[in-house]
Ligand binder design. Sequence first.
Ligand SMILES: CC(C)(COP(=O)(O)OP(=O)(O)OC[C@H]1O[C@@H](n2cnc3c(N)ncnc32)[C@H](O)[C@@H]1OP(=O)(O)O)[C@@H](O)C(=O)NCCC(=O)NCCS
Length: 109
Amino acid sequence: MDTKTPLKEIKVRFGEVNIGNINLLKLLNDTTLAVKYGESFYRKMLTYNDYTALAYLNGLLVGAIACRVEPYEDDPKTLYILTFNVLKPYRKYKIGKELFFFCDFKVLN
Ligand SMILES: CC(C)(COP(=O)(O)OP(=O)(O)OC[C@H]1O[C@@H](n2cnc3c(N)ncnc32)[C@H](O)[C@@H]1OP(=O)(O)O)[C@@H](O)C(=O)NCCC(=O)NCCS
């Protein structure tokens, strides 16, 4: 893929994490992250659904961000990122940035 292709042309869609696709997220994490998370992590992740998003390109899961919101120092709503990843061939297309802003926007609004 041409690294200069703008995001709007590669048509990334966002989706939520649910019981039907959590195993795909696990596969994405196992493929891209050094840490392997267990079943209890994924069970908990389903409860952080508001601040978790999947990125799809032509129906293929290519990236994800999973966050929870917690107080930190004087700020009652801090976004704590648990996992954040994009499949290697799809990196540097701003998919990560879009995923981050998707969650950040929800915290701020
Ligand atoms: C981190 C990651 C999710 C970024 O995804 P991405 O889609 O390639 O990121 P983007 O294209 O949206 O880049 C956004 C910005 O971050 C920068 N960036 C991306 N990856 C970077 C990296 N590994 N180190 C430093 N900067 C990085 C980009 O240059 C870009 O900066 P710009 O807006 O000034 O141009 C992706 O590299 C990844 O999956 N890495 C492996 C997993 C990982 O380490 N996750 C984080 C810990 S959980």
